[in-house]
Structure formats: C-alpha cells, structure tokens
Design a protein around this ligand. Structure first.
Ligand code: DP6
Length: 333
C-alpha cells in the first residue's frame, strides 16, 4: 500500500482538569474534564503508510524523534494498524507553531492530529467519537481536541465509554486564552508520569470526591455564559490539581514564583472589575481566560509583568480535521 493523509489539530486548555488515571495503559481517567479548544495554535501532521518502508520514522519539528517520543508515536501507529488490519510501516512528519512541552498541551494537539491523519491514511472511516477514543490512547487530553468549542470528556469506565463530546460550539461564547509564557523549558516530569503520582497525594481523594460538582458548575457557567461563575470554578479546580501535584511523593511543582505572582495579579484585576481568570496545566505558563473584547487589554497588562517572556492569544476554535495537501497550513511541515 501507499497512502498519505494530513491533519491539523489545536491544543485545548482544561477548565476542569484531568489528573490521575484509573487505568494508565488505556488512559481511563479518574474524573471527567472540560476544556476549550484553542484556535490559532496548531499542530500539523502528515502520515504515509507504505509497503516500501522498512520501519516507522517520526520527524518532529524537523528533527528525527528518538527514545520515548518516537516509541509513543509508534505505539499509537500500532493501535491504528491493529484497528485497520494493516502491517505497513509509516512515515510521520509533524510540527507545531507554538512552544511545546511547557504546559501548552502539545500532546493534545499532537495525538489528535496524528490520530486523524493516521486513521485516514489507514483507510479507516471513523466517527468523531471513535477518533476521540483512539486519540485518548495516545494522550488523554487529545480526546478533547478532536472537537472544537467547549468539550467534555466523560471519564467512563473502560475503553468504550471513555471519550469526549462537544458541550457548546466555539461561537457560543467567544472567550480567549491569553497565555503568559514564563518559560519554554522542557518540563522535568511529563504529564504521564504525573498522572501515576496523583495517587500518592492525600489530596487526590478529596479532589476526586468534588469533581462531579465542579463539572456541573462549569457546565452551567458555560451554558449561561456566566463569567464570574466560570472564573470561580476554573481557578478552584486548577488550585486543587496543583495542590495534588505539590503534595505528591515525590512532589511536582509546575507553578514557579512568577506563575504565582501572575495568579495574584489577575485576581487583583478581576477584583477591579475586569473579566479574567487564570488556570495552569502541567507547566508554569499562566493561561488567562477572558471574553474576546477584554483580550487586548489583558495582553498589554501581562506584557508589563516582570518575567513574562511573551504573550500568546488563542480564541476558542475548531476541532481536529483532515487537510488537503494544498492547504497553506501544510507549509508548517
Ligand atoms: C494538566 O493528556 O498530557 O493538562 O494522557 O499522559 O498524555 P497523558 O496526559 P495529558 O494530561 C493533561 C493534564 C493537564 C490537565 C488536562 O488537560 O485536563
């Protein structure tokens, strides 16, 4: 065989976080999560399955992937080959237009784009739900990036019941994630290892016990476009996840002093009447969520804070999709 497909996907920012798995191998999470998909930040991936290829090759950002990065992609290709009944090896080329491995969820856009491109190249004609289940196996948060807008991943109990679905389309509530980038270093401990450590924190059980109530509050805030309610639940959920991380054994500290300063600054801006709140994934960069009309002011204010390297604004946007070879986005590769 010789078959190629290209796909694009966006990262997402979790409003209610996924942290800890009931099944690490299948990535069945211990709690459901809600996110918004971020347009403007992209990963583009081309996959070619070819009978002429001696082995899988993976090029990320122009350089051959090695070690665990390559192995993780190869395991995902194996899964897709198994579903499609294929044996052909693959050539994977992928690039993103934003800093990776710094809490900007590159694994979400990466595995969403890889899943869509590889499924098409393998000749599979899958529903978005099937793609979401498959993407989850590569990276949990990737199952949410299959969809655009506001998305909920129902934890489920097994492979069949654990997948994401849209809660509301992107135009329901034009929010923007203004990301204050404070570091672009590779993180020492990735999310997959972090999920395994969650159970070592005495705070994980109480965090899980309140997850259903926070999911419900977040759904209602999105439905009613109620920013103060969203801000309260999003900041609490992020603080709970970081409390679990910081009290794990060994502890994981993703929040740097500069991150904590930004969280306080944004709380002050909100107390002063601006609609803006913060959330951090597994990295030090501070995601400041606000209505689109507020974004230019928040960008300027963030740039004035010492320690902010750059500011990246990403509006809520579309889900993963297949691209034509003529699409200008393929220029990223
Ligand atoms: C803090 O999806 O990156 O961003 O399944 O091991 O790839 P793996 O983990 P990943 O974990 C994301 C954790 C988070 C919160 C979230 O996105 O819900």
């Amino acid at each position: 065989m010789d078959s190629t497909a290209v796909a694009a996907a966006h990262p997402n920012i979790a409003l209610i976080k996924y942290w800890g798995n009931r099944d690490d191998a299948l990535r069945i999470p211990q709690n459901g999560s809600i996110s918004m998909t971020l347009a403007g930040l992209r990963t583009v991936t081309r996959v070619r399955f070819g009978d002429d290829l001696p082995s899988d090759s993976v090029v990320l950002h122009g350089a051959p992937a090695t070690g665990e990065a390559r192995a993780r992609v190869t395991r995902h290709l194996d899964l897709i080959r198994q579903v499609a009944g294929l044996t052909a090896r693959a050539e994977v080329v992928s690039a993103s237009d934003f800093p990776t491995a710094a809490g900007l969820a590159s694994s979400a856009s990466g595995f969403a784009a890889l899943t869509v491109a590889a499924a098409h190249a393998a000749g599979l004609n899958l529903s978005a739900t099937d793609l979401s289940r498959l993407a989850r196996r590569g990276s949990g948060s990737a199952c949410r990036s299959i969809f655009g807008g506001f998305v909920e991943w129902a934890a489920g109990r097994d492979d069949q019941t654990s997948y994401a679905a849209p809660l509301a389309p992107a135009d329901h509530w034009p929010l923007v994630d203004v990301v204050a980038v404070v570091s672009t270093d590779e993180k020492d401990v990735g999310s997959s290892e972090g999920h395994r450590l969650a159970a070592t924190s005495p705070l994980q059980a109480p965090r899980l016990a309140g997850a259903e109530a926070r999911l419900a509050a977040c759904r209602t805030a999105i439905r009613d476009r109620d920013f103060p309610a969203l801000a309260a639940i999003v900041e609490q959920d992020s603080d709970l996840m970081h409390a679990v991380m910081e009290s794990s054994n060994p502890p994981l500290r993703y929040r740097l002093p500069v991150s904590l300063g930004l969280i306080s600054a944004v709380r002050g801006w909100r107390a002063g009447g601006q609609a803006v709140c913060t959330t951090l994934d597994a990295g030090p960069n501070v995601h400041c969520l606000c209505p689109a009309a507020q974004a230019p002011a928040i960008e300027r204010q963030l740039m004035d804070v010492a320690g902010v390297i750059r500011v990246i604004s990403a509006p809520v946007g579309a889900g993963a999709r297949r691209l034509a070879e003529t699409d200008p986005l393929t220029g990223l590769l």
